[in-house]
Design a protein around this ligand. Structure first.
Ligand code: SF4
Length: 252
């Protein structure tokens, strides 16, 4: 049975580099419930991946250290990133996400199957709000709060980030906690935009099968969000504001 949570993972002295932060993240065992789950999944495996040695650890961020656009997801998938060790790699959500990133020029290839598949990102960094795979894809509020310092430190080490694309309401809320507090709290919506602490948060429905198989999120909708992220990043870099393209509730 899982024991009491350990101390929060964020050390008093922030990491001096992304490499140092990554080393801290992958060694973290601060959430007993998530450590037990990620390691059990890695031990039991899914039959289709029986010949894989699962990663079974926290999943660090991935991408271009000079990125102007950060994508924030929820947490690693049990048999996706928890198996492969790279965020959104090895599952249907990743298939959807990276195909869109390739169409919109952020990724050099449309597929993401393993850490050695040659995938490279340009002008983008991808991370999860919670770094360990949670049961039923649902971290507890305590687990979220324990892990968020990693995302906060990561953002501090990505000096060019101007846009944060939040995949789903959980990531939207996490980003507001990282950058905020913001009162009143802006509501998540697909296409919503809000300026917080010098960055633009951009809402996008999560790329989960629940959304993509049902048509709630289409390829066109996904591509439009990343095209918008690029436009905001370019215009903020040039010092000119990007005109709001959001629907109702956007551009708060
Ligand atoms: S979820 Fe985050 S804080 Fe909790 S064990 Fe994993 S890496 Fe550490």
């Amino acid at each position: 049975m899982a024991g009491a949570p350990a101390d929060p993972p964020a050390a008093p002295a922030p990491a001096a580099s992304l490499a140092e932060l990554e080393a801290r993240i992958v060694a973290c065992r601060a959430c007993p419930r998530l450590v037990a789950w990620r390691e059990e999944v890695a031990r039991v495996k899914r039959a289709a991946f029986a010949d894989w040695t699962y990663w079974g650890r926290p999943v660090p961020g991935f991408g271009d250290p000079q990125a102007r656009v950060l994508v924030l997801g929820l947490a690693p998938a049990a048999h996706g990133a928890n198996r492969t060790g790279r965020v959104f790699t090895g599952d249907r959500s990743g298939d959807w996400l990276y195909a869109s990133l390739h169409r919109t020029g952020f990724a050099n290839q449309p597929t993401s199957v393993s850490v050695d598949d040659g995938l490279r990102l340009r002008d983008m960094w991808i991370a999860a709000a919670v770094r360990c795979a949670p049961p039923a894809n649902k971290p507890t509020p305590d687990e979220r709060d324990r892990c968020l310092p990693f995302a906060r430190e990561e953002l501090a080490l990505l000096p060019n980030v101007r846009v944060i694309v939040c995949l789903g309401a959980f990531a939207w809320d996490a980003a507001l906690r990282i950058l905020g507090p913001v009162r009143p709290k802006p509501r998540f919506a697909h296409g919503a935009e809000v300026e917080v602490a010098g960055r633009t948060l951009l809402g996008c429905y999560h790329v989960s099968q629940q959304n993509t198989f049902t048509g709630v999120l289409t390829e066109e909708m996904t591509d439009a969000v990343f095209a918008r992220a690029r436009a905001i990043a370019r215009r903020s870099a040039s010092g000119r504001p990007a005109p709001c393209a959001a629907g109702p509730g956007g551009c708060a």
